[in-house]
Design a protein around this ligand. Structure first.
Ligand code: SAM
Length: 321
């Protein structure tokens, strides 16, 4: 894998899907073993920039889901050797890209609380998030939250205690050295600010969806070609895995088909393409695999999408029916 691709179009962007092995060995990314601080939802990047300049002896990894924020923040941190940015849902990224006891501190400034019942699924700070923290934080490592939403701060503190964390600090209107864009806005509007610091006291093992070598899943099957159009809009479910086929497209040049898939592992959803084509022209044996231009994380649902589609397409004789 060429480093240029692995590190994305932005010089400080890291694209974990292109790494051969996960969790990432961050010491090779930064070229040193300095302690790691993670910021979730860095927005325009002011906080990350100021913090990283103040602490050149630490490495910083920021997560965002907004590409607009990524572009703005990247301009700020471009020249900083100790910062890397990742465009991924941090709930997934913190668990999958960091090994046990590898992060000193996780920071979250002014997250959207998603208070409506229908939006609850988007919330970052949920019990599973504390399980991830209990694994990836070093012993005594901390999580810091700043918010303008009192119930959110208090609920986070209560859940943290239930999940075995120690509360180090809970302050109303703290005088924070670095103020984020949202913080400045809320202060101007006269809103109260709450800050919470909790410390890990107990390490737990967690299950990661991916891990180890990031291989390309593929399957071989005796395919009944007439079954391919039947895949359209098909939904396959097994446990937390869901695979939905959104489209099936036949190539004009040969017998290959492109299959548009959305798969979910619980809350984590990915969009990508699979390809299906005869091993030799005219052969009944087909290969079904990820399209080379698609690069989803090889989660259980992604691996399963290849095998479940291969089974579906398999001719009845092959299945012994
Ligand atoms: C209200 S803004 C706060 C931005 C910045 N921290 C500040 O205080 O100015 C929340 C940010 O979190 C990002 N975000 C929301 N959910 C996220 C997730 N699951 N993973 C990473 N970033 C997320 C949003 O895109 C948005 O930029």
């Amino acid at each position: 894998m060429k480093d240029l691709e692995k590190y994305g179009v932005f010089s400080k962007e890291v694209r974990p899907a292109l790494f051969d092995y996960l969790p990432i060995d961050w010491s090779t990314v930064f070229g040193n073993n300095n302690g790691i601080i993670v910021e979730i939802g860095f927005g325009s990047g002011e906080y990350l920039q100021s913090y990283a300049i103040k602490h050149p002896e630490k490495n910083f990894v920021g997560f965002e889901v907004s590409i607009t924020s990524m572009k703005k923040a990247h301009k700020r941190v471009e020249s900083l050797e100790n910062v890397r940015l990742v465009i991924t849902d941090a709930r997934f990224g913190l668990r999958e890209f960091f090994g046990p006891k590898s992060v000193e501190k996780v920071i979250m400034n002014f997250p959207i609380p998603w208070d409506k019942k229908s939006h609850e699924r988007r919330r970052v700070i949920v019990p599973e998030f504390f399980e991830t923290l209990s694994n990836v934080l070093v012993d005594g490592g901390t999580f810091e939250l700043a918010t303008d939403v009192e119930w959110y701060a208090k609920q986070t503190m209560e859940t943290a205690k239930e999940m075995g964390f120690e509360v180090v600090e809970f302050l109303e209107n703290p005088d924070r050295e670095i103020k984020t864009r949202y913080e400045q806005k809320w202060i101007k509007y006269g809103r109260n600010i709450y800050s919470l610091v909790i410390r890990k006291v107990k390490h737990i093992e967690i299950e990661r969806l991916i891990g180890g070598r990031h291989e390309m899943p593929h399957a071989r099957s005796v395919v009944a070609e007439e079954k391919l159009p039947l895949l359209h809009n098909k939904v396959f479910k097994e446990g937390k895995k869901v695979v939905v086929v959104k489209g099936v497209y036949k190539s004009t040049g040969n017998d290959a088909y492109l299959i548009k898939v959305i798969s979910s592992d619980g809350e984590f959803q990915q969009h990508y393409y699979l390809v299906a084509y005869p091993e030799e022209p005219g052969s009944k044996e087909w290969i079904i695999k990820l399209d080379s231009a698609s690069n989803p994380y090889r989660t259980p649902a992604v691996k399963w999408s290849v095998s479940v589609l291969a089974d579906f397409l398999s001719s009845e004789e092959e299945q012994g029916k």
